[in-house]
Design a protein around this ligand. Structure first.
Ligand SMILES: C[S@@+](CC[C@H](N)C(=O)[O-])C[C@H]1O[C@@H](n2cnc3c(N)ncnc32)[C@H](O)[C@@H]1O
Length: 154
């Protein structure tokens, strides 16, 4: 599984302990250094690079985990996000995590409008599950939704 825009990559430990082979990436040297400090031996999982450009090799991911990455991107990059997650995931693979919904035009974080993610991902992904969340940091409180999107077999 892949954690793009991982920051300090604190979730990598939980996924690793759950049995996943984790790769995490961030283009900020400070974030990667913080992740390396936090992860100990698991720091080998962390890459310094641009999610949109990095060569992850030819084996597609089963899962791409989202938390506060999509909303950190300028809105103009959303089509590129759709293309990139589509090409990095195997057919049937999942984009899952916490998606930030907010009507405000300003950012970052740049929130999703109602139906906007559906419009972005439709034709390539189908929404399989959605839940309210209760563990957000204050800036995201009440505005994050847990969602699971499955890449269609195309
Ligand atoms: C708001 S932070 C979220 C960090 C982490 N996911 C969390 O929940 O704490 C967004 C992160 O995405 C990284 N980022 C933004 N664009 C990126 C890109 N194109 N490639 C890799 N990392 C990127 C930033 O450096 C930043 O660390």
């Amino acid at each position: 599984m892949l954690i793009p825009g991982c920051g300090a990559a604190y979730e990598a430990v939980a996924f690793h302990e759950a049995g996943y082979e984790v790769i995490a990436i961030d283009f900020s040297p400070e974030a990667v250094a913080a992740a390396a400090r936090a992860l100990g031996p698991l720091q080998r999982a962390v890459r310094l690079g641009d999610f949109f450009q990095y060569d992850f090799g030819t084996i597609p991911f089963d899962i791409i985990y989202e938390r506060a990455f999509l909303c950190s991107l300028p809105r103009r990059l959303r089509p590129a996000y759709r293309t990139r997650v589509s090409e990095l995931l195997r057919p049937g693979g999942l984009v899952l995590g916490f998606f930030f919904y907010d009507a405000s035009e300003s950012g970052p974080p740049f929130g999703l409008g109602e139906g906007e993610l559906d419009d972005l991902l439709k034709g390539r992904f189908v929404l399989e599950a959605e839940e309210k969340t209760y563990s957000s940091v204050p800036v995201f409180a009440g505005k994050e939704r847990w969602q699971i999107w499955r890449r269609l077999e195309i």
